[in-house]
Ligand binder design. Structure first.
Ligand code: HPA
Length: 276
């Protein structure tokens, strides 16, 4: 599945199945990264379907990534959330990684909040901070749009000047200020993973202009912008990147910190979906 030749029929099938499970699409989608899936506990009237029941969605192999699609109301607003995502480092193609986001957009969402766990590089970021993504560096060496363009999805050469929607960021910042969330803002770089960076790599990425580093998000954002959806990107700074602290990095610590931050994340995302 998910090669250019049959992407349209794959998306049509996914849409049919989404319709049959959930009915009409909401306008807002959420992608919940490592340790952030618990946000769905706050949905009212939640309906949950495992990725294994959705064509083109791949069950997650990563601990902390649930692998279910959950629709419900958040703060009274209909939303759908991917509780867990697929990554290149699991061995999937770029096209497979972005299939779910494409399917949700094809189903009917027009805005998406994409979250992740990330290592802080900039000296103004601390463990536990929330960072609005202002822009990204795609260091994965992959792009989901490689191959024949599917014109019905979007243009051959989509513009990425405003990949992270300025208006949505402004709304999120207002909510952050009002709620005393001390929201940071910066550039997110994605590596292929799954090994964390070496300190030398972090130094390089720092000089390239990134504030935080992770292993996801950028491909989803490219696919979403290609398809014309608006994106808000949000990183949970779960650790300082390699070499920026004396600590050794572990996925358990990443999940623990994400877990500690989830109250603020929930407040921000709930107020945000109410505001747009
Ligand atoms: N590097 C890459 N990915 C990550 C990190 C990191 O330091 N923290 C959480 N995801």
């Amino acid at each position: 599945m998910a090669d250019a030749s049959n992407i349209e029929s794959d998306l049509a099938l996914a849409r049919k199945v989404l319709d049959s499970h959930f009915g009409d699409a909401p306008k807002i989608g959420l992608v919940l990264g490592s340790g952030l899936s618990d946000l769905v506990d706050f949905f009212e009237g939640a309906k949950e379907v495992s990725y294994s029941e959705l064509p083109g969605f791949i069950p997650s192999t990563v601990e902390g990534h649930k692998g279910t699609l959950v629709a419900g109301n958040l703060g009274g607003v209909p939303v759908v959330a991917m509780a867990g995502r697929n990554h290149l480092y699991e061995g999937h193609s770029a096209a497979a990684v972005v299939f779910p986001i494409r399917a949700l957009i094809h189903w009917g969402i027009d805005s998406v909040v994409i979250t992740n766990a990330a290592g802080g590089i900039s000296s103004n970021l601390a463990e536990g901070d929330l960072m609005l993504i202002s822009d990204h560096l795609n260091l994965t060496g992959r792009n989901p749009l490689v191959g024949e363009n599917v014109d019905s999805l979007g243009p051959r050469f989509p513009d990425m000047s405003f990949a992270y929607d300025p208006e949505l960021r402004k709304k999120a910042k207002e909510i952050g200020t009002k709620g005393g969330l001390d929201l940071k803002e910066g550039v997110y770089a994605s590596n292929l993973g799954p090994s964390y960076e070496t300190p030398a790599e972090v130094e390089m990425i720092d000089r390239m202009g990134a504030d935080a580093v992770g292993m996801s998000t950028v491909l989803e954002v490219i696919a979403a912008r290609h398809a014309g959806a608006r994106v808000l990107g949000l990183s949970c700074i779960t650790n300082l990147a390699a070499g920026k602290s004396k600590n050794v990095l572990s996925h358990d610590d990443v999940k623990d910190v994400a877990n500690r931050v989830k109250g603020r994340m929930q407040h921000l995302v709930t107020e945000f979906v109410k505001a747009i």
